[in-house]
Design a protein around this ligand. Structure first.
Ligand code: PBE
Length: 267
């Protein structure tokens, strides 16, 4: 393309996601701490980010995106995380389940499932891949639940069936959370709950579980990604602990790009 630096090659743009995502805040800090003053973090959505990645990848063109694990994109494309020698993106963290205060007493059976829900990055990636391959999220979740009776039995251990009790789960349209929320929703539905999955932005998701308009979320990335949200609402929520371990955030590029570290963006 004639560009002599990676910055010129990608027009000094990093393709981001929704502005409420912790990943965006972390990436703004990366630009600051690595003194990448010429660079712009482009706001958008998870779907727009993966569409841009696919478009560039198909043409073997350079692109830099904000990415995270678990995510189907690592199975679909040959990608790499740029090294982060300053550790700005922080260590691996967990995804936690958060309930509204009062859920434990008012919906103990749902609470118990939410408390016992726990799976692996591979489990989550399997659901994400089915969705990516064109299945509807609710169908992909139902298939996973059907194929993983042993795991689901642990989540529902000691839980009594209900008849039509309402439960509302909030989530953001991040591919990872579309997968997890649909799976938990399906498990609750199979126990007799009338489940609503409400898609919201990140800020309203946390506000919702704090003010009780949402019963629970399975999408809290802690301790760093959602640190600000967590600190703001920690006295108004019930943290049920981790449901998944082994996440990662960072800048992601196609493996064919000739850079390895965030430091390389300065050249
Ligand atoms: N994510 C996926 C979210 C949490 C789940 C990493 C894009 C975020 O950055 O807030």
């Amino acid at each position: 393309s004639g560009a002599s630096t990676v910055g010129e090659a990608v027009d000094y743009k990093i393709i981001g996601i929704d502005p409420g995502a912790g990943l965006m805040k972390a990436t703004a800090k990366v630009l600051d701490e690595y003194k990448l003053d010429d660079w712009k973090l482009v706001e958008g959505s998870s779907a727009a980010m993966t569409a841009a990645l696919k478009k560039a990848y198909d043409k073997q063109e350079p692109i830099i995106v904000t990415g995270w694990t678990p995510h189907w994109m690592f199975a679909k494309f040959d990608l790499k995380y740029l090294e982060d020698p300053k550790g700005v993106y922080g260590p691996d963290e967990t995804i936690n389940t958060i309930a509204r205060k009062g859920l434990k007493d008012e919906a103990p059976e749902a609470y118990k499932v939410l408390d016992q829900f726990n799976w692996t990055p591979d489990d989550m990636a399997a659901v994400m891949s089915s969705i990516q391959n064109g299945e509807k999220p609710e169908d992909a979740a139902a298939q996973w639940v059907k194929d993983n009776g042993d795991k689901v039995a642990k989540w529902t251990d000691g839980v009594k069936k209900v008849s039509g009790d309402k439960i509302t789960l909030g989530y953001v349209a991040w591919d990872s959370e579309i997968a997890s929320t649909n799976v938990v929703g399906k498990v609750l539905e199979d126990l007799g709950f009338k489940v609503t999955l409400r898609q919201v932005e990140a800020g309203p998701m946390w506000t919702g579980v704090a003010d009780g308009s949402l019963d629970a979320i399975v999408a809290a990335w802690l301790p760093s990604t959602h640190e600000d949200y967590y600190n703001r609402y920690k006295d108004k929520i019930d943290d049920l602990g981790e449901n998944l371990k082994g996440t990662k955030l960072g800048l992601v590029v196609p493996a064919y790009m000739d850079i390895d570290s965030i430091e390389d963006l300065k050249k």
